[in-house]
Design a protein around this ligand. Structure first.
Ligand code: GTP
Ligand code: MG
Length: 317
């Protein structure tokens, strides 16, 4: 995307003191400002509301956020690319693989393979295009401490890739709370375009939010922060043509007798965010079953895949 204005200090009417207030409050990039509301920008920086409105407008103009023609939308849609999951069945269910410009959520109970899929994708994004990759790098945001470099090594080796090179192309960060999680994504607006990153993983999206804002009484504030976070991720996906993959652990609810017993605990917090939601269930042994939820444009049905020593594969292999 062509940009005349590259950083906050290039925006018209922003002096050094306003710029440093913005930076201190975590608004380190144009994108972070463009997606903020005037109220939140004013409250967290001490800048007057009217100035905040002007700054946001300037950032949006600089980033070319505007009306587009249907033809431009078509071209954007056609430019979407896919990353293979390692399983043809699962790729087929997803319409070819995990898409760029989209948030894909994998949700399910513990041990259903969410983290394994994240590991596999951060290797597969590096594959050449004729093998289902994008020849690009990955960011892995870990909230649970379940990332294993050993696993990356064996998945890379199984694909005939140089394990050291593959590991060098995965930018890993262990985040410590939900504010940190949000701040890290703000930083990605700088990191992603600098390093040919085409995949951003958040494993898991909800862990800290659930722990920090428990119960009904905190639902509104939790939802508000989570919306901000999802909004950031959506913008990141759109602006830089990146695939965003998030995981969400849900627990079976024995008290639900009708309908789906694996409703996310705490309600459908991600329900209204656009993107693709994939439910994972356990089957026999290392078999897992994936199903797309709430996606009218994708065919219904289920896909069976397996978690093997080499990574995510199809059962018959
Ligand atoms: P939570 O994070 O607890 O919600 O679970 P998850 O959905 O992230 O599960 P995860 O992706 O960690 O899947 C765990 C399953 O993957 C285990 O039950 C194992 O069957 C399998 N698995 C994990 N590591 C390996 C490995 O090194 N080799 C093999 N063959 N299987 C593995
Ligand atoms: Mg996990």
């Amino acid at each position: 995307m062509p940009q005349k204005v590259k950083s906050i200090t290039d925006l018209p009417g922003i002096g050094p003191s306003t710029a440093s207030k913005l930076m201190d409050a975590g608004y380190t990039t144009l994108e972070a400002i463009a997606v903020a509301t005037p109220q939140e920008l004013a409250a967290s920086t001490g800048i007057p509301l009217s100035t905040a409105q002007k700054i946001i407008r300037a950032a949006r103009e600089a980033l070319d956020i505007r009306f587009k023609t249907a033809k431009e939308i078509k071209e954007e849609r056609l430019s979407i690319r896919k990353i293979t999951t390692g399983s043809r069945n699962l790729d087929g269910l997803l319409g070819g693989g995990v898409e760029t410009r989209t948030i894909t959520e994998f949700f399910g109970e513990f041990g259903t393979g969410k983290t394994q899929i994240c590991h596999q994708l951060s290797v597969n994004v590096q594959l050449p295009q004729d093998r289902g990759g994008l020849e690009a790098k990955a960011v892995y945001i870990d909230t649970e401490g379940t990332f294993r470099w050993e696993r990356i090594e064996s998945m890379a080796r199984a694909l005939g890739l140089d394990p050291d090179k593959v590991m060098e192309n995965i930018f890993y960060i262990r985040v410590i709370n939900s504010d940190h999680q949000i701040a890290v994504v703000d930083e990605l607006f700088k990191l992603v375009p600098e390093h040919n990153i085409k995949l951003v993983i958040v494993d898991s999206i909800m862990g800290y939010f659930r722990a920090e804002y428990p119960g009904r009484e905190n639902l509104a504030i939790r939802q508000q922060k989570l919306n901000k976070h999802l909004h950031q991720l959506m913008r990141l996906a759109e602006i830089y043509d990146v695939a965003v993959v998030i995981t969400n652990q849900v627990m079976a609810r024995p008290d639900v007798f009708y309908g789906d017993p694996t409703q996310p605990v705490g309600g459908h917090v991600l329900y209204h965010a656009p993107g693709i939601r994939v439910q994972l269930r356990k089957s026999r042994g290392n078999k897992r079953i994936a199903r797309i939820v709430d996606a009218p444009h994708l065919p219904e049905g289920e896909a069976v895949f397996v978690i093997t020593e080499w990574g995510i594969r199809d059962p018959e292999e």
